[in-house]
Design a protein around this ligand. Structure first.
Ligand code: THU
Length: 141
């Protein structure tokens, strides 16, 4: 990916924090998922009074894409931090979101954890989820 493509994805993820529904944690996360067909699916975290139904921003983006028939992806940008705070956190995807990425993404999938368009870290899926349990464990050719 070019630096411009990365920055553009981060901008979309930052914007999505405005839609976060976080009355309990007040921790807003935005995600922008770049599909293989170059369409971007965005997501925010959506909390729930019963806590467990809470959906992370990353999974919101993945589920939007898959529910529209898109199942191949290149990269995701993630931006998270306290609601209203100027400086964002180093927001790394939770274990459940890593497993969802693992279902649909190859080892080349890129995870961009960003505080701003100029301050971000880039990882591959095997770096953040080594020795993953995935579809190949269950689906035989
Ligand atoms: N959260 C995300 O949306 N993505 C992450 O990668 C980490 C955590 C959300 C879930 C919950 O709404 C809030 O952040 C605090 O855990």
């Amino acid at each position: 990916m070019t630096t411009e493509e990365i920055k553009s994805l981060i901008e979309k993820a930052l914007d999505m924090r405005n839609f976060s529904y976080t009355p309990y944690s007040h921790y807003n996360v935005g995600a922008a998922l770049l599909a293989a067909n170059d369409v971007v699916f965005t997501g925010c975290n959506i909390e729930n009074a019963s806590f467990t139904p809470t959906n992370c921003a990353e999974r919101t983006a993945f589920f939007k894409a898959v529910s529209e028939g898109v199942k191949e992806f290149k990269a995701i940008a993630i931006c998270g931090g306290a609601e209203g705070a100027e400086v964002l956190d180093d927001c790394s995807p939770c274990g459940v979101c890593r497993q969802v990425m693992s279902e649909f993404c190859t080892d080349e999938f890129i995870i961009i954890c960003a505080k701003s368009v100029d301050d971000y870290k880039v990882y591959t899926l095997p770096e953040i989820l080594p020795d993953r349990f995935g579809p190949s464990n269950l689906i035989r050719a």
